[in-house]
Ligand binder design. Structure first.
Ligand code: GDP
Ligand code: MN
Length: 338
């Protein structure tokens, strides 16, 4: 105990301090955090940030997911950060591990080639498991199933501005399905055959291709060639009904059946992004300028000075990734204006 503890009656009752709950409406939404036990300190930092910048006034719940049971240390260190419901789920092995029907010799050859080519995570099977899980399974987990909307958060990310509005409600009210803060080019060698398969799928299932879609953001020749632009999926706020619907279900199953998550190294970012660009209308994809966000090594800091001030942002606008040479934001702007 402290040598001279501050008396109890100096404290604001925890219920009031932790849940401003001035809000009269909430979406059916949750945070989803995939993490390893070893990610605990990073998870703590991320939750601390999102609580301080947004969630203390809303009380949205959290679902943590892991293919190994969460340690008591993990659970106690994150639970202490919020009065919100926090649930800790185990991922079933068949939603995580490399399926038996994958030809392991072919998969190994693919990994070795990527190691030789110095591709990040090129030799990692667990990274591939993670990408496949995030592409096709997280929204089917029993703890996640009861929610419609999710906000994906990773360990060790930062939220740089007060988020004075509810992004879930904004999206729900405005018929959005997918949102992002950072968009960039993918490494071509991780997805050599992905676009071919996307084109095949669109031929097989023209009924799923939306009118006024965002294909033009990803291809400048009517879908022939992919420009490698995608939304950086370590930040996502999106509608899981979209992932659970017939178009994405068929799309994921088809992609998965090709083995590309293992023979190549398809990321959930291009898979989600391409799906959003094809199966949603372009106006259903939203860029949140207001949400100052950092995932090493990139930051999105609000473009507008007023937004930056209003959010009491801690990021440097001059360091925002938006118009970096590697960013796809200028393509997005042009496409949305066009
Ligand atoms: P990067 O952002 O592409 O560099 O990949 P990360 O290493 O950040 O992984 C993406 C997300 O998946 C993070 O939330 C990680 O905590 C999580 N993750 C990555 N690999 C594993 C794994 O093997 N097990 C679990 N449970 N989570 C993982
Ligand atoms: Mn990450």
């Amino acid at each position: 105990p402290s040598p001279q503890p501050v008396p109890d009656d100096y404290y604001i009752p925890t219920g009031e301090a932790n849940s401003t709950l001035a809000v009269d409406r909430r979406a059916n939404a949750t945070f989803v955090i995939l993490a390893r036990n070893s990610d605990v300190s990073g998870a703590v930092r991320s939750v601390r940030d999102i609580e301080d910048r947004f969630n203390r006034g809303h009380g949205y719940p959290y679902v943590f997911l892991n293919e190994e049971p969460f340690s008591e240390e993990f659970k106690s260190r994150v639970s202490v950060l919020s009065g919100s419901l926090m649930e800790f789920g185990l991922i079933p092995p068949d939603h995580w591990n490399q399926p038996d029907w994958i030809d392991e010799d072919k998969a190994r050859a693919g990994r070795e080639k990527m190691v030789a080519d110095k591709i990040i995570y090129g030799g990692s099977v667990s990274y591939r498991n993670m990408c496949r899980f995030n592409s096709g399974f997280f929204f089917r987990h029993p703890l996640v199933q009861k929610y419609r909307w999710y906000w994906r958060i990773e360990p060790e990310v930062h939220f740089h501005c007060d988020i004075g509005f509810d992004p879930f409600l904004f999206m729900e009210d405005n018929n959005k399905v997918y949102s992002f803060t950072i968009t960039m080019y993918e490494f071509e060698k991780t997805i050599s055959t992905l676009w071919e398969h996307v084109r095949k799928f669109m031929k097989m299932h023209p009924e799923y291709v939306a009118e006024d879609n965002a294909m033009g953001f990803m291809s400048h020749d009517g879908g022939n060639k992919y420009n490698l632009c995608h939304f950086w999926s370590n930040f996502e706020i999106a509608d899981m009904d979209f992932w659970r619907g017939p178009a994405y279900t068929a799309f994921f199953e088809y992609l998965d059946s090709t083995g590309g998550f293992y023979y190549e190294r398809w990321g959930d970012a291009p898979v989600h992004s391409i799906a959003a660009a094809i199966f949603a209308k372009k106006d259903q994809i939203h860029f949140f300028d207001e949400i100052g966000y950092e995932h090493n090594p990139y930051i999105h800091c609000p473009q507008s000075k007023d937004t930056w001030k209003r959010g009491r942002c801690s990021c440097d606008q001059a360091k925002s990734f938006d118009y970096d040479g590697y960013s796809c934001m200028r393509h997005w702007d042009k496409f949305m204006k066009g």
